[in-house]
Design a protein around this ligand. Sequence first.
Ligand SMILES: NC(=O)c1ccc[n+]([C@@H]2O[C@H](COP(=O)([O-])OP(=O)(O)OC[C@H]3O[C@@H](n4cnc5c(N)ncnc54)[C@H](OP(=O)(O)O)[C@@H]3O)[C@@H](O)[C@H]2O)c1
Length: 466
Amino acid sequence: MRELKLKAKCIEAGTAAPQYETERYLNFICDKFDLRTDIQFNTRIQSAQFLDDQRTWQVTDTSGRVYTSRYLITGMGVLSNPTLPNVPGVKDFQGEAFHTARWPKEPVSFENKRVGIIGTGATAIQAIPEIAKTVGHLTVFQRTPNWAIPLHNAKISPEEMQDIRTGYPKLFEKLQQTRMCFIHDANPDSIWDATPEQREELWEHLYAQPGFGMWLSNYKEILVDHKANDLVSEFVAKKTRQRVHNPETAELLIPKNHGFGTRRVPMETFYYEAYNRPNVRLVDLHKTAIDRITEKGVQIKGVKEGVEGEEHEFDMLIYATGFDAVTGAFDAIDFTGVGGVKLLEKWKEGPQTYLGMTVNGLPNMFMIRSIEFAVDWLANCIGYLQQKDLSRIEAREEGVKQWTEHVHQISEGFLSNEIDSWMTGVNKNVAGRQKRIVARYNGSAVEFRQRCRDVADARYDAFDLA
Ligand SMILES: NC(=O)c1ccc[n+]([C@@H]2O[C@H](COP(=O)([O-])OP(=O)(O)OC[C@H]3O[C@@H](n4cnc5c(N)ncnc54)[C@H](OP(=O)(O)O)[C@@H]3O)[C@@H](O)[C@H]2O)c1
């Protein structure tokens, strides 16, 4: 038990390492593998075109410089294209303004400042308690509350770190076996076999654990059965009520339009306690909406009868408003495949891929989604092509159709499909992103890897090779 607890601490601490630690680690890796000479920084790609007669990708950056390569591998991430609110006046604000995904390198001071933050997703939930510590006054604009649970990040002692290091082989083996590659085991127990006391005991235990246990080691029904989900949601709501002193604020912070775990669960460190500070105010955008950003701040309008508008003045505005997720980074580049086919056109109803890594009509292009496995898989694939003196690989239309059906099928039954979020492809700030789609693979990572390995074992005969 001790061993597992230590490992959980390590893995979960890793998911929320502070910026400076992450940067230090990236620099360490760059130095260790002498990667800098192979990386060109500060380069934004504008277009990518497949030249079929040469079996080559031609990639152009925003300065007009052209690069060619046989294979094109995209590692753009699913959350890399930040979006601002689609309200007028964003450029009018005269104070400091930042999107959380484009935070400046220089330290930002909140001291004695009136700060407004728009959004209450995972990013805002981590930023708010930090800002609240030093800010003059913080106003949080919340459109939809989320179900956040404690991260329980803690310092790891040298002895614990030593234990973790010696346990790496076992740890990595374990991460290969879990559904979402986290340390948490799936719970095979049914909520309906447990007494109310047993449920409470499990939930208290999970709520006190570091990381995603409350989400991933909970009773098997909570993500697929409304009644089960209502019970666990009520438990988390109770916890929120205990932590927020003002009962009205607590109610505003408890989601009413979706259940626990049906959106990506934000992990927090004293998020709810931030609202107990006199210098933090929550503005509910349920009865009101942002009318516009003004020179001085944010103009709110009432959207229900009898609710008045209000102007909030700020020295600083923070947009924690999320991303044009999953396909947004692809849409920002003009991808052209065989016969002039546009990726934007192909994906207008949502992403259509084979194995999540390749697209029909765009040969020799691979997309890295799940980093480690995808990199190994495609490196082996390219190695195979070279070994066989082949230079063209293309996903078949039929393969894409079958894979897309598989992705849709394994997604069936999840309550998360009934909710607007980036995981269902919805972003109210982006035209054409209002309809829910299956935007990501909802199956088990174990099954996903096996399917990809089967394709490799069959010498990639599911692809057109030339
Ligand atoms: N490892 C971690 O702990 C960690 C930390 C941070 C982020 N992340 C990852 O990053 C993902 C994205 O998180 P995020 O917080 O950056 O984005 P997000 O979850 O998409 O949240 C965006 C927030 O902005 C609000 N918003 C957007 N436009 C608005 C508008 N016009 N008016 C008012 N509110 C508006 C949204 O409200 P609505 O909900 O009403 O649209 C939402 O609260 C997470 O789900 C997670 O996967 C992970």
